[in-house]
Design a protein around this ligand. Structure first.
Ligand code: SF4
Ligand code: SF4
Length: 413
């Protein structure tokens, strides 16, 4: 694609990077076929090719309006287009650069206030816990006033049972995060349980938000602050425990933390530490996969379930980790069922379902329809945003895959 970058962006790091990415695009449109918003809305500007054109328009100094921003806001950051692109266009990075340029012009007041409130509430575990408790206490009032679904209280699963003696010399760090421990504390318990059964030592590290939520909300300063704080805490813990791996249960957080190196490449004080933490960050499926036979051997007798796996976009597109989780669930006796359109986003997208409820709701209904087609006993996923978004009293229970796996192990519950 030919570009005529405006003088103000010439020879700036952002301008050069954006131009290099945009030039790779050959306008073939293959990405539109896998883009959930284009599939749903049918507007070129709500697909990746059109959004690249809109970003180019900004970098070429052509006038842009709030409608331009709205088309970019409707993007789920699912990276499905990046996986499908034959030219290797780094769409996600381009979108980040474009959003940062647009953010220099303030949003309308109501939008600013809504985003500021979410950016302050969601990453603060205690505050979020209180707000959630209040919303649950209010019964149907909060959903009616705020237009959001309030997830039911989590039931703790997988209390510790008998474990093998530790055989891995290095411990695995398990950071706490922000929203997940409030909404589903059983996920980290399940991870600790599975790693313990495999003989791995787990060291919990108390950190707050990794920065992904603020990044979603265009609060780039807060996001970088949270990333630096996380990097400091994890660097110290890696040194203290002699560890090399950080197991992060939320695939959205894993994907964001794996990008620390590029996000902080311009910060001389953090670039090195950011690269180290990014390199150490692992999806639990990456750590557990080599031990599939151990899982099989440690599996308890009793009824397993017919499950369908919903691979979050951050796992299957951003991290390109496909087909790792399903064999682990099968190893402990569960049956995995197929689902159509497995590549399409469910509409959760971090805070997306709160900011774009109509599109998110339509994608949710479509995804649940596919997931429930074979009448499974349950739905497994790997990200708290997807789990919360897809949970529905009329549908089978949606849990993290670790919560389906851990109770199948001897000593699990
Ligand atoms: S698939 Fe890649 S090259 Fe083709 S239009 Fe989309 S971004 Fe451009
Ligand atoms: S990231 Fe997802 S929603 Fe956004 S343009 Fe790409 S495929 Fe479409």
């Amino acid at each position: 694609m030919r570009t005529r970058i405006e003088l103000t962006f010439r020879q700036t790091a952002a301008g050069d990077e954006a131009e290099a990415i945009m030039r790779r695009c050959v306008h073939c449109g293959l990405c539109n076929a896998v883009c959930p918003t284009y599939q749903l809305l049918g507007d070129e500007r709500d697909g990746p090719r059109g959004r690249i054109d809109l970003i180019m328009q900004v970098f070429e100094g052509r006038p842009w309006t709030e409608a331009t921003r709205e088309h970019l806001d409707r993007c789920l950051h699912c990276a499905g287009c990046e996986t499908a692109c034959p030219s290797g266009v780094g769409y996600t990075r381009l979108l980040d650069i474009g959003r940062a340029v647009l953010a220099r012009r303030p949003r309308p007041l109501a939008d600013r206030l809504r985003r500021a409130a979410l950016s302050r509430l969601l990453p603060r575990r205690r505050l979020f816990g209180w707000a959630l408790g209040l919303a649950r206490w209010s019964g149907p009032l909060a959903p009616k006033l705020l237009g959001v679904r309030v997830p039911p209280r989590a039931r703790l699963r997988s209390p510790p049972g008998t474990e093998l003696a530790p055989f891995e010399a290095e411990p695995v760090l398990m950071p706490s995060g922000c929203v997940e421990p409030v909404l589903a504390p059983g996920i980290r318990i399940a991870l600790a349980r599975v790693l313990a059964v495999l003989g791995m030592r787990v060291e919990a590290v108390d950190i707050g938000c990794c920065g992904a939520l603020s990044h979603h909300l265009d609060d780039f300063h807060a996001s970088r602050r949270a990333a630096r704080r996380t990097i400091d805490a994890l660097s110290a813990a890696l040194d203290r425990h002699g560890a090399r791996s950080v197991a992060v249960t939320g695939s959205g957080c894993t994907a964001f933390m794996c990008r620390y190196a590029s996000l902080l490449a311009d910060d001389p004080d953090y670039a090195g530490k950011a690269a180290r933490v990014a390199q150490a960050t692992r999806d639990p499926a990456e750590l557990i996969s080599p031990y599939r036979e151990h899982l099989r051997a440690a599996t308890a007798d009793g009824a397993a379930a017919r499950l369908v796996y919903q691979a979050p976009c951050t796992q299957q597109h951003a991290r390109r980790l496909r087909g790792l989780v399903e064999p682990l669930l099968e190893a402990v006796g569960h049956t995995l069922l197929p689902a159509a359109e497995a590549h399409l986003c469910c509409g959760a997208g971090g805070a997306y379902s709160l900011l774009q409820p109509t599109i998110a709701g339509a994608l949710r209904a479509r995804k649940l329809g596919h997931l429930c087609a074979e009448t499974p006993d349950g739905i497994a996923s790997a990200n708290i945003a997807c789990i919360t978004h897809l949970s529905d009293p009329q549908a089978p229970p949606v849990r993290h895959w670790l919560e389906w796996l851990a109770p199948r192990l001897r000593g699990g519950a």
